[in-house]
Design a protein around this ligand. Structure first.
Ligand code: NDP
Length: 494
């Protein structure tokens, strides 16, 4: 951090090399206020465009990001340290979300007639979903394109302006995403980025001009953001990570399950909110599963198959969880020596007590705890015994049984016979329960999240003898209404 110039700045660093990637201003509350104030008329302009024009602009933005994918990937690679191939996949996922949001906004949000019901037979009832104005997006560093874009694209498609505060670890990515948007929408600052540290995010959450905050990060910070939002009754959608479980049933494809568990846990160095952190394996296939898992894991290395731990402070959490797991469980692969900053090699531990920090707290590192269970029901009970409830995975050979287990899983998303596959389906809503947060991004729910429903009832003609909302109403009108309601609703079903 530097105060040499009149504006305070901070550096973003390459976590693999320590090299400075970029220097950005620390924008204070006044700068955030100015950004939001500038975004307000931009929101009015953007929200006033017709659906076709907004769709065209967003699809153009998608094309700009796609054509510039190498630049975006390089910035993600530099600021997070993740391999370029992983960064490429991340950006492609974000592109599919921009596309879906642009193409579906009108269908999901546009005006439609709804049935006025028998009592309202003389009314025309119209429902539409209107933009909120300026939406503040506070993003994380682990997927600095995909995760915030899950809010940004949907908020924009719904007709809002966006002020985005990227994580202080990935400001360059945030600035680039907004710069590319300005190529498609140069007229007004419809999507802009403010950079800085936590206090910049706090200023955004507390700004009276912000009509909704979309936050992704830790549960602890979400509580602080919620408190700041409370000041202005600003609504919040919060995505706060998880402790997701993978369940392997007796009839599962065991090699596929082991492959998915390994990738789900270790890819992106475990820094995935919907990553696999716990595995519960039914007794009948436990030994096979462990053989498959350890055989595959032996060849996976940090710095080769996945990148470094992006946030230096997270190393302490990962180390504490590894020490705890190794002390209380049975080590299968790796151990404390797997931590060689900024990299952490895969660590797998069996039979760690269910009440230990390694099983209860989010690790956000390339570690896995595995437990043998009697059956899938026991697996589900243990999987659900978490304060978090973001996502989860089920491997099973029986579709009906897997679907039933998925419905009973206390989480927002479940993948069956695949891992994190729900994130690649733009039509599926994304979000959690409990400590994992609330509200939804992605899909139709994600579009509606950034709107207010607007209900209009228009009287088409006066109902003769049925002027119920008037002091001229007589007993005869009320009697007629009671007769009608009794006819419509008075039949018992038993
Ligand atoms: P934080 O929750 O601290 O940060 C997330 C975002 O909030 C960042 O943009 C951050 O800015 C901003 N922020 C920080 N303080 C405030 C505040 N008071 N008001 C408003 N915004 C604020 O997460 P970290 O990046 O520190 O990661 C810590 C833990 O969070 C991880 O170990 C992991 O458990 C979890 N996490 C979960 C993610 C997920 O995908 N669900 C993503 C990232 C983290 P700044 O970066 O400048 O501090």
């Amino acid at each position: 951090m530097s105060t040499a110039t009149e504006q305070r700045t901070f550096d973003s660093l390459n976590p693999a090399t320590g090299a400075v990637v970029g220097t950005h201003p620390i924008q204070d509350a006044a700068a955030v206020r100015a950004a939001v104030a500038a975004a307000e008329p931009a929101a009015a302009w953007w929200g006033g465009l017709d659906w076709a024009e907004r769709r065209k602009r967003l699809l153009d933005y998608k094309a700009v990001v796609t054509r510039d994918i190498a630049r975006v990937v390089d910035m993600v690679h530099q600021e997070t340290g993740k391999p370029k191939a992983d960064a490429t996949l991340e950006v492609i996922l974000a592109i599919t979300h921009i596309d879906w949001a642009a193409r579906n906004a009108r269908r999901v949000l546009g005006p439609r007639q709804v049935s006025p019901g028998m009592v309202g037979v003389n009314l025309a009832a119209t429902l539409e979903y209107l933009p909120l104005g300026v939406v503040g997006v506070i993003g994380p560093w682990n997927y600095p394109v995909f995760t915030p874009m899950g809010s940004i694209a949907y908020a924009l498609a719904a007709g809002n302006a966006v002020v985005f505060k990227p994580s202080e670890l990935t400001p360059g990515v945030g600035v680039l995403l907004a710069d590319l948007f300005a190529e498609s929408v140069p007229e007004q600052p419809v999507f802009r980025t403010v950079t800085g540290l936590g206090e910049t995010g706090a200023a955004l959450a507390g700004d009276p001009g912000v009509r909704k905050i979309a936050f992704t990060g830790s549960t602890a910070t979400a509580k602080r953001v919620m408190a700041a939002c409370a000041e202005n009754l600003t609504p919040l959608v919060a995505e706060c990570g998880g402790k997701d479980a993978l369940i392997v049933d007796a009839d599962a494809n065991v090699p596929a399950a082991a492959d998915a568990a390994l990738w789900g846990a270790m890819s992106n160095s475990g820094q995935t909110c919907v990553g696999v952190e716990r595995v519960y394996v039914v007794d009948a296939v436990y030994d096979d599963f462990m053989r498959e898992l350890t055989g595959r894991a032996a060849n996976v290395r940090a710095g080769q198959d996945y990148g470094p731990v992006t946030m230096p402070a997270q190393i302490d959490v990962i180390r504490r969880h590894i020490d705890d797991a190794v002390a209380t469980g049975k080590t299968v692969l790796g151990g404390p020596e797997s931590v060689r900053e900024p990299y952490v090699d895969p660590v797998i531990v069996e039979d760690v007590p269910e009440d230990s920090p390694a099983v209860r707290e989010e690790t956000f590192g390339p570690t896995l705890t595995v437990r043998r269970v009697a059956d899938a029901d026991e697996a589900l009970t243990l999987a659900n015994a978490s304060a978090y409830g973001l996502a989860g995975t089920i491997f099973s050979g029986n579709v009906r049984r897997a679907m039933a287990l998925a419905r009973r899983m206390r989480s927002g998303m479940t993948a069956i016979n695949s891992v994190v596959s729900f994130a690649s389906v733009p039509a599926l809503p994304f979000g959690g329960v409990g400590d994992s947060g609330f509200g939804r991004i992605h899909g139709a729910d994600g579009l509606r999240e950034f709107t207010r429903p607007k209900a209009v009832s228009r009287q088409r003609f006066a109902l003769p003898g049925m002027n119920l909302t008037s002091f001229t109403r007589g007993q005869a009108e009320l009697d007629r209404l009671v007769k009608l309601v009794t006819f419509l609703h008075g039949r018992r079903k038993r």
